[in-house]
Design a protein around this ligand. Structure first.
Ligand SMILES: Nc1ncnc2c1ncn2[C@@H]1O[C@H](COP(=O)(O)OP(=O)(O)OP(=O)(O)O)[C@@H](O)[C@H]1O
Ligand SMILES: [Mg+2]
Length: 277
């Protein structure tokens, strides 16, 4: 498995201990501890713990219903945890939500910006919410980054699914977030645009040191952009490690095979039994 050079550099730094970014001993940008969400009898997220370091891209993988979006929604403070904690930039999310959210952003293929506004109007509204300096320039910059400058005057609700996702990504990049949560950002994109989005994600991490939590069902995405992977199944974490460590652990030769095996097993304990020494 070939990780991109910057990803490899991150992994080397990470494997030596808690050293993030430029070699300083920074605390994790995102620290999730024993996080749990129960909807009635169902524990959608069941005691998960993980960290995202400065400049790290962490992939959150798992089958439909594994609990990825619920975990992301708790990291945004949209869903209140039943138990556990979320710390962002070293502070508790629950008690410092507004100041933390100003430094974060989020994009999901499955949420849409107000459909009656033009593309530039949507970006202007969100830019003002995030108090983005030189907003007009920044709007042009993000539209160019996602290659949708030609859609600037279009009504947002009339965009195709893939165009809407790219607008959503523009919104997510507006405030140069230090922590970016991306929930299936390439799900509605054609292969060409998906490739461009992966490159934008890698580029902003490279240029701005953005920390990113990334969910996807596309293993190509994960192999190309993620430094480490958290593998979820039925609300729990089965395994955390690099792509290579994940393959070793499950004794499979592709992430796709790991994914299918875990999704079809329906039995978390049997997967745990495979743990390599
Ligand atoms: N508001 C809710 N009320 C009840 N159950 C919920 C709610 N939100 C999520 N769930 C349940 O929690 C489980 C996890 O859902 P979640 O959306 O987090 O999964 P996911 O891993 O993001 O799946 P997908 O890959 O399909 O997006 C599912 O069984 C879902 O039905
Ligand atoms: Mg989801």
């Amino acid at each position: 498995m070939n990780l991109c050079p910057s990803a490899s550099a991150y992994v080397v730094a990470h494997c030596r201990g808690p050293v993030y970014g430029n070699g300083r001993m920074d605390s994790p940008v995102l620290q999730v501890s024993s996080l749990t969400k129960a909807f009635g009898e169902v524990r959608s997220v069941d005691g998960i713990s993980f960290e995202v370091g400065k400049g790290e891209i962490l992939g959150l993988l798992g089958a439909n219903g594994a609990g990825k979006t619920t975990a992301i929604n708790m990291t945004l403070g949209i869903v209140t945890p039943t138990d556990g904690s979320v710390r962002v930039f070293g502070e508790d999310l629950h008690t410092n939500r507004i100041s933390i959210l100003r430094r974060m952003n989020f994009c999901s293929t499955y949420t849409q910006l107000p459909g009656n506004l033009r593309v530039w109007q949507n970006l202007k509204v969100f830019g003002k919410v995030y108090r983005v300096p030189n907003l007009a320039n920044r709007i042009d910059e993000v539209l160019e980054m996602l290659e949708i400058s030609h859609l600037k005057n279009r009504i947002s609700g009339e965009l195709s699914a893939g165009e809407g996702t790219r607008l959503n990504l523009c919104k997510a990049l507006l405030n140069r977030p230090e922590l970016l949560l991306l929930d299936e950002p390439t799900a509605s994109l054609d292969p060409d645009i998906a490739d461009k989005v992966r490159k934008v994600v890698s580029r902003i991490r490279e240029e701005e040191g953005t920390s990113i939590l990334y969910t996807s069902h596309n293993m190509r995405d994960v192999e190309e952009v993620c430094d480490r992977i958290v593998f979820m199944h039925k609300g729990k974490i089965l395994f955390t490690g690099t792509a290579d460590e994940t393959l070793d652990h499950f004794k499979e030769d592709s992430l796709e095979s790991v994914f299918i095996r875990v999704a079809r097993s329906g039995d978390i304990e049997s997967q745990k039994g495979e743990v390599a020494p």
